[in-house]
Design a protein around this ligand. Structure first.
Ligand code: GAR
Length: 209
């Protein structure tokens, strides 16, 4: 049984999509061991508790990054977590955190990276006037929204869109993409050469500088 740890900061719809996929057997042989928020009173924590999951608040405000990260990593390890899924976790991880889980931290971002990293990616894409946007699930490395890409989904920008309707259609694809990416990583059927992840039958993770 693979143990997932979810980190979030807000609404938690990607967390719910992952939990639903586990419950429905779409992500086999996995469970969510702990959900951690860096902010108190967020919907994601209430939802996790309502689902009977262990949910912790480890506030980050005003704390040095690595000091906070050490507490989060301690909680993840205490709960036996093998794969960390950032699901709307709006805080950069310290290099120390990333090194604790090599190729075992995933993030979802609401744009086709490397376009529009950072905050409010959907609004950035809409304002830029792109005709296609989407979402990206990627490994987390020491840089913001940067690690090797696991899954991307495209979403067309329609004439009648505003940033809200576009965000909503991207979010639907996020929920599908995250399950796909977790399945690929847990199955280990991929290889990473440089920045390129190739999903297939090989049970090998080969990272090159
Ligand atoms: C999602 O759109 C996610 O892609 C984004 O925050 C939202 C969280 O929603 N993450 C980032 O922008 C990370 N750079 P959720 O709490 O409903 O999953």
């Amino acid at each position: 049984m693979k143990s997932l740890g979810i980190l979030l900061s807000g609404r938690g719809s990607n967390f719910v999509a992952i939990a639903d996929s586990i419950d429905a057997g779409r992500i086999p042989d996995a469970r969510i061991s702990v959900v951690i928020s860096n902010k108190a009173d967020v919907p994601g924590i209430a939802t996790a508790r309502a689902r009977g999951l262990t949910a912790l608040v480890i506030p980050s405000k005003g704390r040095p990054r690595e000091e906070h990260d050490r507490e989060v990593v301690g909680a993840l390890k205490q709960h036996g977590v093998g794969l960390v899924c950032l699901a709307g976790y709006m805080r950069l991880l310290s290099p120390w955190f990333v090194q604790q889980f090599p190729h075992r931290i995933l993030n979802i971002h609401p744009s086709l990276l490397p376009a529009f990293p950072g905050l409010e990616a959907q609004e950035q894409a809409f304002a830029y006037g792109v005709k296609v946007s989407g979402c990206t699930v990627h490994f987390v490395d020491e840089e913001l929204d940067h690690g090797a890409i696991i899954v991307q989904k495209t979403v067309p920008v329609l004439n009648g869109d505003d940033e809200h309707t576009l965000s909503a259609r991207i979010l639907e694809q996020e929920h599908i993409a995250y399950t796909e990416a977790i399945k690929i990583v847990l199955a280990g059927r991929f290889e990473v050469v440089g920045r390129r992840l190739v999903a297939g039958q090989k049970a090998e993770v080969r990272m090159q500088e």
